[in-house]
Design a protein around this ligand. Structure first.
Ligand code: MF3
Ligand code: CO
Length: 238
């Protein structure tokens, strides 16, 4: 599983390096697919429930599950969320990050920073003997203190032999509540944070999820393992 996670992290890094004005989301998706397949792995999302891409690429007010295409050209000032998973030797890795395209506004940068930090707060709370609500509570507190909203409709998840396993890992909740965290659990923690209100809508394509109020949204995700030495981030590129 560690190998799948490292590959996922390298694919995400590659995607991030391609985020520049003038690049299409399809170009990034194709590069991600080539990279993962070149390593003898499979893109976890490709054909999952009929999903047509290898990555999800979600710009500005798109929260998650943006479908890459040749018409969508990145422009300076965009914030670009890339979510990618790889399946290797029987296990999945899953990770996401939101990248700035060229120069972005201070407001957009603040949202990215807060969302990434909230992920680290959630990871810190993923400790043996704790409860699943410890994670969501830590994420929620961190972002709400800064005036942002946690998306409720979509959550993180267990990950391993299947991309989506029990338990659900909400980015909101109450510490001390929910199932107990035990060592050996591997979880995808993935806060989706809106600059405005929490509400989201799915577009008629059946995938693309946007904020209802048109506000910016950011998404960061790591696959982590709970160990007796504390949480270990599996999706590091090296
Ligand atoms: N990281 C997302 C998730 O864990 C991406 C899934 S996209 C899909 O749910 F296409 F695979 F559904
Ligand atoms: Co995920």
């Amino acid at each position: 599983m560690r190998e799948a996670c490292i590959l996922s992290a390298r694919a995400l890094r590659l995607a991030g390096e391609m985020v520049e004005p003038g690049v299409t989301t399809e170009q990034i998706d194709k590069a991600v697919r080539k990279y993962i397949e070149g390593a003898g792995a499979k893109p976890s999302f490709l054909n999952y429930d009929g999903y047509p891409g290898s990555a999800c690429i979600s710009i500005n007010d798109t929260v998650i599950h943006g479908i890459p295409d040749k018409k969508t050209v990145l422009k300076a000032g965009d914030i670009v969320s890339v979510d990618v998973g790889a399946y290797l030797k029987g296990y999945h890795g899953d990770n996401a990050a939101t990248f700035p395209c060229g120069q972005i506004s201070p407001e957009a940068q603040a949202l990215l920073t807060a969302t990434q930090e909230s992920l680290y707060e959630g990871i810190k709370a993923a400790r043996e003997g704790g409860r699943i609500g410890d994670i969501g509570s830590a994420v929620q507190r961190y972002v709400e203190e800064r005036g942002y909203s946690v998306v409720r409709r979509y959550v993180g998840h267990g990950v391993g032999a299947d991309l989506h396993e029990d338990p659900s890992v909400p980015n909101f909740g109450t510490s001390g509540r929910g199932i107990r965290l035990v060592k050996g659990m591997t979880l995808a923690i993935e806060p989706m944070i809106n600059a405005g209100k929490a509400g989201v809508k799915e577009l008629p394509d059946g995938w693309t999820v946007k904020t209802i109020d048109g506000s910016l949204s950011a998404h960061f995700e790591h696959t982590i393992a709970i160990t007796s030495e504390g949480p270990v981030i599996m999706t590091r590129p090296d």
